[in-house]
Design a protein around this ligand. Structure first.
Ligand code: ZN
Length: 168
């Protein structure tokens, strides 16, 4: 059980002075207990770890990165998809697994991490729309947009006042 950094040939080991080095011998590789820890090392030594990915030694799953973001393996994506009943967590639409994007509930840019409890299934449009907004702020924003657009459509009449009462 554990994760190593590899490019398929070399493995990353850490010298006694803490430097990032490569080795052909997996027995010398540094073993990380979480993908987060392994990712930290990848980011700390970006130059030396170019082309390296995280390998789960137990399942042989690869965790690759694009633009500093983790790319989950197929099995993990399927698990997330199934546990969401194949629906976008934001708008509720049914998705094909290939159309699913993984949304960070608390965005990475706001201190969220790559653990599964911070990941939800979302359609691309919702994910892009939510972008770097915290869940609560996002909900407030959606409500604001909905109220503003509805008011523009309905005017200040009875329907609008009824709707306001319903939402509060
Ligand atoms: Zn959606």
């Amino acid at each position: 059980m554990g994760y190593v950094l590899t490019n398929g040939k070399y493995y990353i080991r850490i010298s006694p002075t803490g430097a990032t080095e490569k080795t052909l011998d997996i027995r010398e590789a540094r073993i990380y207990l979480t993908t987060d820890k392994a990712k930290e090392r990848l980011q700390k030594a970006l130059g030396k770890t170019r082309g390296y990915y995280i390998l789960d030694m137990e399942t042989d799953s690869k965790y690759q990165f694009s633009h500093g973001r983790i790319k989950f393996p197929r099995e993990t994506r399927e698990l997330i998809y199934r546990s969401a009943d194949g629906r976008c967590a934001l708008c509720g639409r049914k998705l094909q697994i290939d159309d699913m994007t993984l949304d960070h509930i608390t965005p990475l840019s706001m201190g969220g991490n790559d653990t599964l409890d911070n990941i939800q299934c979302a359609c691309k449009a919702c994910n892009q729309f939510k972008s770097n907004i915290l869940p609560d702020d996002f909900m407030n924003r959606i409500t604001e947009i909905f109220m503003y657009q509805t008011r523009k459509r309905l005017g200040d009449g009875v329907k609008w006042r009824l709707l306001q009462t319903l939402i509060k």
